[in-house]
Design a protein around this ligand. Sequence first.
Ligand code: PLP
Length: 343
Amino acid sequence: MIDLRSDTVTKPSEGMREAMARAPVGDDVYGEDPTVNALQERVASLLGKAAALFVPSGTMANQLGLRLHAQPGQEVIVESRSHMVRYEQGAGGALAGVQFHWLATSNGILSPEQVEGAIRPRDPHTIQTALISVENTHNSGGGTVYRLKSVEQIQAVAERHQIPMHLDGARLFNAVVAADVSASEYARHFDTISCCLSKGLGAPAGSLIATSIPGAIDRLRRFRRMYGGAMRQAGILAAAGLYALEHNIARLKDDHERAKRLARALHTIPHIRVNPDAVETNIVFFEVIGTALPPSELVTALKREGVLLNAVGGSQFRAVTHLDIREEDVDTAAQVLRHILTA
Ligand SMILES: *Cc1c(COP(=O)(O)O)cnc(C)c1O
């Protein structure tokens, strides 16, 4: 199967499994898992922050960020199609008690003017803005990357209004590789940063949230416990994360090249509308138009030919490249699509 549904479908490599099997472990609730501690220090240092906390999922990392920064009844500025809005089961409202102030964009990238316009006045009538959250890369925006300059400008707005900034960096390392900006250069503009090990980095599970706010790690650790995310001999998972950080960051550029290659191939296929120039990282959104084939049937037909990808609403589809997708897989997937759409 050529599985282009998501970069979460990767399976741990032999080397990663060996690292997991060998990992020294302890009870992380007692702070005694040496591998978890090593991973937390490694990520804190990569992001230029004082500390980081290992959590089971990116959703939990984001939710701990919301819980840390916002009081129930406050508002969080986000892009309208961000992961926190669409794919976290309303946890921002359910668990942190926040209301989202969504800002619509064409490609997921907020402008500083938009953010500034959304900050609420500090008067007794109006809901208060607690946090600005930025997603980089932006998943539903098409794996789009923030220019460092835009982040700087958004942070200047945040600072002027004294509002903290959270980065949903589930795919921060894709942005790092695509923009050639270090993780810490991006991260210095944020008060908290979440990042996933289980997307393009290829680990089976795990995310981290990093911060330099004094005392925040202790509060985050308590919230992690509250949310059921405190684990015991989690070093087995952390070892996979350390392995991923060591071996799988630089190679993300291969995923980006393969996504671009796929978009260019799709561009030549009748009924497909795609803009290869819009592909910045490992995510390709494309449209299938002018065919009688409903999206779900196209997905089924592709599956029969050994290609998996997602229909994401209307005539839109999403394909994602990753560690387990070779260049020839991309070519095969495009051929299969051409065959089905021109049959
Ligand atoms: C995948 C993802 C997350 C976290 O997802 P989990 O499945 O909870 O690990 C967060 N933000 C973005 C943008 C993502 O793509």
